[in-house]
Design a binder for this molecule. Structure first.
Ligand SMILES: CC(=O)[C@@H](O)[C@H](O)COP(=O)(O)O
Ligand SMILES: NCC(=O)COP(=O)(O)O
Length: 237
């Protein structure tokens, strides 16, 4: 079984568009857990355009499943995560102005930097994951940072799968096999959807967790949040 961690950034985006508390982020997160999801993911960005730092603290009080916080380990993010102590921190190398995550770590160039961050998180009992592309040399370098897991950056797979190119999953399968051999756990995320998740799941051995937000919330507009969470859970069995 692969765990489903639902990214609730888009719920915060909708809420912030009117300035009030509709939809209620905490209630939606609680409902998502009640519907069966095994985790809640957030990716606070420095401009707090969707998840606010206060949301991260408030969610800590109510999340009963795995709590995953993603982001670039700038000092403010480090302080936030070390104060909250979520189940997992996922390190993502996005720049301040980026629209959404658009690259994995260069774990060779940034190996020392990542190792230092990861050590600090691990000393605080927080599981660590590194957002990464499928290049095998990057996976090898990720293992040397001391990270517990990698999160495979799946945008390229999702784009190619959408065009009918199923072979696009092959680098992900190879990366997962190598990561497992090196003792790393395997997560995945970005642009996963009801259309591509079953094929991705069946193609990737040892897949521990997927974090899904943009497509899942969009699909819920048509199918309802409870249905959609259950449709993912069925595909991830
Ligand atoms: C790392 C990753 O792929 C997701 O966290 C994604 O970047 C969500 O961020 P936005 O909701 O800001 O697009
Ligand atoms: N780590 C990926 C994530 O949390 C959600 O990405 P997306 O489904 O919003 O593209």
């Amino acid at each position: 079984m692969t765990k489903l961690s639902v990214n609730v950034n888009k719920i915060a985006t909708l809420r912030n568009s009117r300035g009030g508390n509709v939809p209620n982020l905490l209630k939606v997160a609680t409902d998502i857990e009640d519907f069966g999801a095994q985790g809640i993911t957030i990716h606070p960005r420095p401009d707090q355009r969707h998840i606010r730092y206060q949301d991260a603290y408030d969610l800590k009080e109510i999340v009963r499943t795995e709590y995953n916080i993603e982001g670039n380990p700038i000092p403010e993010f480090m302080d936030l995560v070390l104060a909250i102590k979520p189940t997992q921190v996922t390190l993502v190398p996005d720049s301040v102005e980026t629209l959404t995550s658009n690259a994995g770590w260069d774990t060779i160039t940034h190996q020392t930097y990542l190792s230092e961050m990861i050590q600090e998180f691990k000393l605080n009992g927080i599981r660590t994951s590194v957002f990464i592309d499928t290049d095998l040399s990057l996976i090898e370098a990720a293992a040397k940072t001391g990270a517990d897991r990698i999160e495979l950056y799946t945008e390229a797979f999702a784009t190619e799968f959408g065009k009918g190119n199923k072979k696009a999953v092959v680098p992900y399968t190879k990366a997962a096999i190598l990561a497992h051999e090196l003792g790393l756990g395997i997560n995945a995320g970005h642009d996963l959807s009801l259309d591509n998740i079953a094929f991705f799941k069946e193609s990737i051995p040892y897949l521990a967790e997927v974090s899904i937000g943009h497509a899942l919330i969009s699909e819920s507009l048509y199918l309802g949040l409870e249905n959609v969470v259950n449709m993912y859970l069925h595909r991830l069995k």
